[in-house]
Write a protein that binds this ligand. Structure first.
Ligand SMILES: [Zn+2]
Length: 265
């Protein structure tokens, strides 16, 4: 046989085999781009300015979690009215931030875990929230689905006791803070940069960013403006979605498991 034919047959067979291999390979699976989830949380309310949060969430359909202090709710009629508005607002998820907020004396508070548990139970009775979510006052403590983290370990005994009763503890991944150099709260742009830089690294659950704000920030016009800008920009650019904490990975609904009431505590 002519040498050219031999070369043709050899390369043709090789090409055919390669082509068959190619077709027999599974098609590459296109992974969907994982989206970041943001959980906006406001602590220590209700107080002056909380009415803005109620109207903002309802107007722009922004889900937020408010970690309320019972003593604040019972302080005056204005606070009770805001609490009533929150209860009717489907974009506001009410959660437990203790009744007394440790009266500002955190070390002493956490040295008596039974009192911490009693304070959380009192606030639960008072607020009657539709979940078992708790944020401990003054401590960044997490207890979700057998995973735990805390910043100051003096809260651990209290946190573990609360878990036994069926509570789920949520801390925060980043705080919307006041920039003392610029003498203003962080800008929307800065917060978006933080979210982008931290969402897959410095968070309790990858891709899920819990942001801590406080109700005392709400009367500040610059913070209000930047908060609105933050939400609008995140949505317009498709940077992340906003969710309630009851959608956070590992969080169980209130009825699953039922809260255990321990009269010994
Ligand atoms: Zn607080």
């Amino acid at each position: 046989m002519d040498i050219k034919w031999l070369i043709f047959l050899f390369t043709g067979a090789a090409f055919s085999r390669a082509a068959n291999d190619l077709y027999s390979m599974p098609a590459p699976v296109m992974q969907p781009v994982q989206q970041i989830s943001i959980y906006l949380t406001f602590d220590d309310g209700p107080m002056m300015g909380s009415g803005f949060l109620d109207s903002l969430t309802a107007t722009d359909s922004i889900p937020v979690d408010v970690f309320l202090i019972g003593a604040q709710v019972s302080r005056d009629e204005k606070a009770k009215k805001i609490f009533g508005q929150y209860q009717k607002n489907p974009f506001v998820e009410i959660a437990n931030h203790s009744y007394s907020h440790a009266s500002g004396h955190y070390r002493m508070f956490y040295s008596h875990p039974e009192k911490v548990v009693g304070d959380i139970l009192l606030n639960r009775t008072f607020l009657a929230p539709e979940n078992n979510l708790v944020r401990l006052p003054g401590r960044n403590t997490w207890r979700i689905a057998n995973r735990k983290r805390t910043d100051l370990t003096d809260a651990d005994p209290s946190a573990d006791s609360l878990v036994k009763l069926g509570f789920q503890l949520v801390g925060w991944d980043m705080e919307w803070r006041f920039d003392s150099t610029l003498q203003q709260y962080f800008s929307a742009e800065k917060m978006i940069a933080y979210v982008r830089n931290s969402a897959w690294n410095n968070v309790f659950e990858k891709g899920h960013v819990v942001i801590l704000c406080h109700d005392w920030m709400l009367p500040d016009p610059y913070f209000r403006e930047q908060l609105i800008l933050f939400v609008k920009t995140v949505r317009a650019k498709g940077i992340a979605g906003f969710l309630h904490l009851n959608k956070y990975p590992g969080i169980k609904s209130c009825v699953d498991p039922p809260l255990v009431t321990d009269n010994r505590l």
